[in-house]
Design a protein around this ligand. Structure first.
Ligand SMILES: [Fe+2]
Length: 270
């Protein structure tokens, strides 16, 4: 997508999301491990990385050399709360928002975040940051998961750095009300996950539900946000990843392949 200054070299961004790792998922771990061969310039992890406390070590092993690449992460609700048995089709009649309204997180999210941060990845849970990749200054901001009501946009609010080559916003669940704020503050590109691409889809029709506020047409893939440019307002590019895994209690996808995404950011034409 054309979001870089006109004279910039292309930037390769590996977007991973929704791994939902448990220690026994050897094929998934091998696939994540294989992604380093793509040699991205930057890695963005939009959350739901684990599904058990024991998965942190295997996750770090799987990420392996990717942790040596500049990176950033936000949490999804599943990084905080361990998964519960549920009907895998229940997303068709209700969303999981509010599932944890009264719960304290029971997963070691501080350890998870601490390990990724110790490797050098930026923790963007309700934080701003900046980094330089291939000579490009990148201004970044993120929120913790809006789907679990942990987003505090007020802590990152304000115009994005206009002097940076790229302004990147990161969040787990692509909630329009939060993405509106990122776009209005001048972020060029928003990356999110959470939807699993609908997870149970109908061939020829697509996702039945998104499990969040975004519309079905934008359940995964590339779009603009807001989809219709507000009067005089700003729009951002949006990529929603269909994600790599599922909850271990809802281990089914239909007509909705898992994905990791290599995005190539290109210079604007003028
Ligand atoms: Fe997820």
């Amino acid at each position: 997508m054309p979001v870089l200054p006109p004279d910039a070299e292309p930037l390769r961004v590996l977007h991973i999301s929704d791994i939902h790792l448990t220690p026994g998922r050897h094929r998934l771990m091998a696939f994540v491990r294989s992604l380093a061969s793509l040699e991205p310039d930057l890695v963005v992890n939009t959350g739901d990385s684990i599904a058990s406390a024991e998965a942190i070590g295997p996750l770090l092993d799987s990420l392996g050399p990717l942790l040596d690449v500049p990176g950033m992460f936000v949490f999804g609700s599943n990084d905080l709360y361990s998964p519960k048995p549920k009907n895998p089709a229940r997303y068709l009649w209700r969303t999981s928002a509010g599932d944890h309204d009264r719960d304290e997180p029971d997963l070691p999210w501080e350890k998870l975040g601490g390990e990724m941060a110790a490797a050098g990845w930026l923790d963007l849970n309700n934080r701003r940051g900046k980094l330089t990749v291939n000579g490009l200054d990148i201004a970044v901001a993120g929120v913790s998961d809006p789907h679990a009501d942990r987003d505090r946009y007020d802590l990152v609010a304000g115009p994005a750095d206009a002097t940076a080559a790229l302004r990147l916003g990161v969040l787990h669940s692509p909630e329009p009300k939060v993405m509106d704020l990122f776009a209005a503050d001048g972020y060029d590109l928003l990356l999110a996950g959470h939807t699993h691409g609908g997870q149970l889809c109908v061939p020829g029709y697509g996702a039945l539900v998104t499990n969040c506020g975004i519309d079905r047409d934008r359940v995964s893939g590339l779009s603009m946000h807001p989809p219709v440019s507000p009067d005089g307002g700003k729009t951002a590019w949006l990529y929603v990843s269909a994600g790599l895994g599922t909850s271990p209690w809802a281990p089914a996808r239909f007509a909705c392949r898992p994905e990791a995404t290599l995005l190539t950011l290109m210079p604007r034409s003028s």
